[in-house]
Design a protein around this ligand. Structure first.
Ligand SMILES: [Zn+2]
Length: 139
């Protein structure tokens, strides 16, 4: 018997986002931080979007923030996501400033609100890739 499993698409790290994905694999959230203006940003790029400096390194962030905005998907756009419907796609604003497009887990979709405090959790895709997602903050 052939078993047919439809998997969700696997994130493919670009060169500039590789350190982000390597940290996520270790269940750490790390973002580029500028050594000139000391600001964080996301998504990773080759230079600081605030001051254009190319001197930066990836540093761990708290993984805590709030929901800036969100939508709830009720329709199945890809078969691999059928079991998740309805699910929440949110823009989470980290305490360090940057906003990440992500999913909210661990709470019924109709209880998600803007400004809700959330913290990072990691969705292990396979042994190479873990995807940062968010859940309601514990404290
Ligand atoms: Zn900068």
């Amino acid at each position: 018997m052939m078993s047919e499993t439809i998997r969700k698409p696997k994130p493919r790290p670009a060169p500039e986002s590789l350190p982000y994905w390597q940290a996520a694999r270790d269940h750490r959230l790390a973002l580029p931080k500028c050594e000139s203006c000391e600001k964080f940003w996301f998504p990773p790029t080759r230079s600081c979007p605030h001051c254009l400096s190319m001197n930066f390194s990836f540093e761990n962030v708290s993984g805590k923030g709030k929901i800036f905005s969100f939508v709830t998907y009720h329709r199945v756009y890809r078969p691999a996501f059928e079991a998740d419907v309805p699910y929440v796609v949110a823009l989470v604003e980290l305490d360090e400033g940057p906003r990440l497009l992500t999913n909210i887990l661990g709470i019924p979709h109709d209880q998600v609100t803007c400004e809700m405090r959330v913290e990072v959790t990691f969705d292990d895709y396979d042994e190479d890739i873990s995807i940062p997602k968010f859940k309601p903050a514990q404290s």
